[in-house]
Design a protein around this ligand. Structure first.
Ligand SMILES: [Zn+2]
Ligand SMILES: [Zn+2]
Length: 287
């Protein structure tokens, strides 16, 4: 069984893996772009080459461990928001990689609740631990990449991380957003911005009027109409009435889930669920 599951979607490819992270591939006539590289446990190069032989560009929507640890499998440049370069280096450290292995070995199937080993059959632990973070090159708002009949344009969408970017696939009017927003967006660690900056970024995504918003973990393409509720969830977030949440990093911020309409984590997969997970530093100032 191959580790990565490659699927042809409407205008792009999706590369899924057992840890619930998606990488995406956009293929132009001359070049192809790989958007995010996941945890990089398996042979991602092989998965990409099963789709295209074109020269490759790599993009990281942000610097987190679950989006960048496959960078070092490639010689090609990895484009990333400048403010996330340091985060990316930190999240590619040996210690973070050790934690990733530990979590993968105790992966949980959300449908059955059963634990399983999410690592590939042939996994070279030492290669993984000592792998670099790739050939990072900073990009900024408006940078445009022509793949030959497929154009990707960079939009800065900070919030979840300070240097987070989204990529507009112009010909398809689709926006690849990584973890920049969604019904359960993490906004609680050192690398996050204040809530106003996050809300402005989601408003910017909304104003782009895209036909679909494609996230790094959500198997369903988000619709533009969902975005105002995500903004509202951030605007109404009240740390003090939030629900404590166990994360695998940033626990010093004591993250809590703040969901709209009195919903809790148990309601996560119900229609209309919208939340932000914030740290105690985002507690509202009270008079
Ligand atoms: Zn992330
Ligand atoms: Zn992620």
């Amino acid at each position: 069984m191959t580790y990565y599951k490659t699927e042809k979607m409407d205008g792009y490819y999706r590369i899924g893996s057992p840890e619930g992270v998606f990488c995406y591939l956009v293929e132009g006539k001359e070049k192809a772009a790989l958007i995010d590289t996941g945890y990089g446990f398996g042979d991602l190069n092989d998965a990409v080459r099963s789709i295209t032989d074109n020269p490759l560009l790599i993009f990281n929507t942000h610097g987190h461990v679950d989006h960048t640890c496959g960078n070092g499998l490639f010689e090609e440049p990895c484009y990333i928001g400048e403010k996330d370069m340091e985060l990316c280096r930190r999240h590619n450290s040996r210690d973070m990689r050790k934690d990733s292995i530990e979590r993968a070995e105790h992966s949980v199937d959300y449908e059955t609740g059963k634990e399983f080993n999410g690592l590939p059959e042939r996994f070279d632990e030492e290669e993984f631990l000592s792998r670099g973070c790739g050939n990072l090159i900073p990009v900024k708002e408006g940078d445009t990449f022509d793949l030959g009949g497929a154009t990707l344009k960079v939009y800065e969408t900070p919030g979840h991380t300070q240097g987070g970017i989204s990529l507009l696939y112009e010909e398809q009017n689709l926006l690849f957003i990584g973890d920049a927003t969604g019904f359960f967006v993490w906004l609680f660690s050192d690398e996050t911005t204040d809530l106003d900056t996050y809300m402005a970024a989601v408003q910017k995504m909304y104003d782009l009027n895209c036909d679909g918003y494609i996230g790094g973990h959500n198997p369903v393409v988000m619709h533009r109409d969902e975005l105002p509720r995500f903004i509202q969830a951030a605007g109404e977030a009240d740390y003090d009435s939030g629900q404590p949440f166990q994360a695998f990093f940033g626990m010093e911020f004591e993250p809590r889930v703040c969901a709209l309409d009195g919903m809790t984590l148990d309601d996560m997969f119900k229609p209309g669920f919208a939340s932000v997970v914030i740290g105690k530093d985002k507690r509202k100032q009270r008079n």
